[in-house]
Design a protein around this ligand. Sequence first.
Ligand SMILES: [Zn+2]
Length: 305
Amino acid sequence: MSKFSRRTLLSATAAALAGRALPAFAASPFSFKHGAFEVTVVSDGHLVLPTNFLAPDAPSPEREELFKAAGQIGEQYNSPTNVTLVRSDSDLILIDMGSGDRFMPTAGKLWDNLKSAGIDKAKITRVVFTHGHPDHLWGTVDELDDLVVPGASFYVARTEWDFWNGDNATQGLPAERAGFVTGARRNFTAIKDKVKLVKAGDEIVAGLRIIDTPGHTQGHVSLELAGGEGLIVGGDALTHPLISFRHPEWKPIADHVPEQAIATRRKLLDRLAADRSKLIGFHLPYPGVGTVERKDNAYRFVPIA
Ligand SMILES: [Zn+2]
């Protein structure tokens, strides 16, 4: 069967299934001006994760009290996935590409949500990744492993690229996460001729700069956007609206290098509170935009919307 007819068949099947699939996440994009940029947060849907992932080693009963305060009382919880789109004079820049169609049925809604908002994905000129986890990277290719945005340039931190493509990616990885490596390599292979490997301090366009925020993964980075008090697109450095701020020292299961992730959270929280910069958190309650306040030794996320 030709690639074209396979694609037609796949989309026909997807359309037929759509009637009984889970309802698509229908939040409309959240946009605001920041300096010379227009920033839009678009939902990719949400992940369904075991509550135990949050901080299994944290002390009881404080742990349970925080879960309760966050409304996470069952064995599973929903984690939003907020993708950031930055428009400058001449560029449309996407930060992370969502889950695509092979991770979870509740995620991978980015392209549909962009379309309903009247944003043409073909106009995206650059794509920057914070890290190589499925919910940030696997939306890079479609069901036939073709690039969803073939005309764009791609940017990945060199440390992150080397980690997922190197021997250490598979070493010591729990069996249920082995697929993360296969998936990262599948998506990275698709962009290998268009990717630019970057490091902290590099600019994607004037005013949009890479900063190091390692620990969640070995080469996890965030993006700093110039203008006003500043804005940081923090990827998964701060993932939970209460735990990451009140207890940056608690260890979520998803962090690859826990001690480094703790140091990163402390440094980032300190900076966000001192500078009064805006933060966009990929997994914070949609749209995940807010500021950080410091009170004594604890921090608080203050949502803007
Ligand atoms: Zn994530």
